[in-house]
Design a binder for this molecule. Structure first.
Ligand SMILES: Cc1ncc(COP(=O)(O)OP(=O)(O)O)c(N)n1
Ligand SMILES: Cc1nc(C(=O)O)sc1CCOP(=O)(O)O
Ligand SMILES: [Mg+2]
Length: 519
């Protein structure tokens, strides 16, 4: 069994009813989710969306159907509730047989259906419960009326590991409070948290200027990304909640699961923004975007360009000088707000580096932060890093892509528009461009200045992170070149050639946040 970071521990009788396996051959455990939700005949939302996202994320998903809807891209025409006894039969059937890691609930249209769910969960405990309190379809049809609110508040929410209401659902659960600003979302999340769920994710696609969600566990995390202009948003709520369930089933921490799920939805919407399915106002999107690879244009992995915001690049000499391990350096940078990490260990011995890289992968994954390896494709493969960063004299990007596969992140150093264009053609995900200022960290590095950076950004089809001599005193001037694809700064000495990595990372993070407000 693998461990589910941050998930409730199980009672002693967990799986006591599971039939033992008789085979002596080795077995492979597959992460398993059970969705308890309504069927959408248009297959954009509900059970159908849940099955698709779990399959896309490599997780087995079984389904208990609570209601059948006659529904298409124009709206919901009719709803038929299944008898609670039959919902219970389905629950017993699968809960007594499968080893679910996570149960996710969607449309629970009556108190009686919630009752049978609670009864079955007490008989067959699972490791985590994700509750998406579906109430109204995006087209405005009521899917669960106000009669379910008390049982939600009193009995379902208190046992949930996470609840994922949108602002309308959060308002209904709180008796109709107004939620129109980010501050009101925060207050609502706090009040819902007091009802007992371990985490609350309030989703809103209007309150935030961009497309945002707010996660509250021990502290708040705001997750934003640019709004994607598309009519194909039917099923985003179900998909997000089921993707969280799938990632939890694979062993992710809650924050990491939520970040991955948000990226999954963003990438799916972006990939599907111009597809046409159905004649109504709100179409479905493609959950299998990552299978549809065109190396030049539509290769779509889970990479989020906004992660380039504060890019921390380690340096073995600096860590030695300050007497700290790579692992400690990485932990401090993440705690201070680094949004992506690159291990750039030019002098490390391979075996030692691999062990440290494996530890760093674990730390980064538990915080939902991507980890890339500089230069060393072998190390990246061996430690299952999220990707690599290569320069113009390292392995060519198209070859790196063929070795790492479609889902890994590849960054390339580019000093000219031509290099930036080639990086895009070869299937890179982002470019690093510099040296913006002179640096002592990389010998004989050519400085391109702010003008050179702007020229590269304007030519690049890929997101850009600036690098070279950047620190707290000049980061704002870099971000002020103000081209939309400049996503952040990559820094080495400003974080790691310092006594306290945590303090310096926090300071730089604050400076960058402030520069974002000014731009
Ligand atoms: C984000 C980022 N940008 C540029 C570089 C430099 O990579 P490269 O040109 O391969 O030089 P080395 O780092 O290998 O000396 C980088 N590492 N990261
Ligand atoms: C690794 C690296 N690449 C550069 C490039 O121009 O591509 S500059 C650089 C060193 C950046 O270190 P510091 O933040 O300490 O200046
Ligand atoms: Mg290199």
């Amino acid at each position: 069994m693998y461990s589910l970071g941050g998930i409730r521990s199980l009672p002693a009788n967990w799986r006591s009813t599971t039939a033992s396996m008789t085979t002596t051959e080795s077995v492979r455990k597959v992460p398993q989710v059970l969705t308890v939700a309504g069927s959408d005949s248009g297959a954009g939302a509900g059970i159908q969306a849940d099955l698709k996202v779990c399959a896309a994320r490599g997780v087995y998903c079984a389904s208990v159907i609570t209601a059948v809807t006659a529904q298409n891209t124009r709206g919901v025409q009719s709803v038929h509730l299944l008898p609670p006894e039959f919902v219970s039969e389905q629950l017993k059937s699968v809960l007594s047989d499968f080893e679910f890691d996570v149960v996710k609930t969607g449309m629970l249209p009556s108190t009686e259906i919630v009752e049978v769910l609670l009864q079955n969960l007490s008989e067959f405990p699972v490791r985590a419960l994700v509750v998406d309190p579906v109430m109204v379809s995006t087209s405005g049809h009521v899917l669960a009326g106000s009669s379910v609110l008390s049982i939600f508040r009193e009995r379902l929410l208190p046992i949930a590991d996470i609840i994922t209401p949108n602002v309308k659902e959060a308002s209904a659960l709180l008796g109709g409070v107004k939620i129109e600003t980010v501050e009101e979302m925060r207050s609502a999340a706090k009040l819902l948290h007091e009802m007992g769920p371990r985490f609350v994710l309030v989703k809103d696609f209007k309150t935030f200027v961009e497309c945002g969600t707010l996660l509250l566990g021990k502290e708040f995390h705001e997750l934003r990304s640019p709004r994607i202009a598309t009519r194909n948003t039917h099923g985003t709520g179900c998909t997000l909640a089921s993707c969280i369930a799938a990632e939890l089933a694979k062993g992710s921490s809650m924050l990491s699961a939520v970040k991955v799920a948000k990226r999954f939805v963003d990438n799916a919407l972006d990939y599907s923004k111009d597809i046409v399915i159905g004649t109504g106002k709100q179409g479905p999107f493609d959950h299998f975007f990552s299978l549809k690879k065109d190396p030049q244009s539509s290769r779509c992995s889970i990479f989020n360009p906004d992660d380039l915001f504060l890019y921390a690049v380690t340096d073995s000499r600096m860590n030695k000088k300050w007497n700290r391990s790579i692992v400690d350096a990485v932990k401090a940078a993440i705690e201070g707000g680094a949004t992506i990490i690159q291990l750039r260990e030019k002098e490390a011995e391979t075996r030692e580096f691999l062990e440290e890289a494996k530890s760093c992968v674990g730390i980064c994954r538990s915080h939902g932060v991507c980890l890339l390896i500089n230069d060393r494709i072998d190390i990246a493969l061996a430690c299952d890093a999220d990707g690599v960063h290569v320069g113009q004299s390292d392995m060519p990007v198209d070859l790196v892509r063929s070795l790492l596969g479609p889902d890994k992140i590849i960054g390339v150093s580019c000093k000219t528009p031509e290099q930036a264009h080639q990086a895009w053609k070869d299937g890179a995900d982002y470019i690093g461009s510099g040296g913006v200022f002179p640096t002592n960290t990389k010998a004989n590095n050519r400085t391109i200045g702010l003008d050179g950076l702007k020229t590269v950004c304007e030519a690049s089809q890929l997101p850009v992170v600036a690098i070279g001599g950047i620190g707290i005193s000049n980061a704002v001037s870099v971000m002020q070149i103000n081209t939309p694809n400049l996503k952040g700064v990559a820094v080495v000495s400003a974080l790691f050639d310092q006594e306290c990595v945590l303090t310096q990372t926090k300071k730089l993070h604050k400076t960058l946040e402030e520069s974002k407000k000014e731009v």
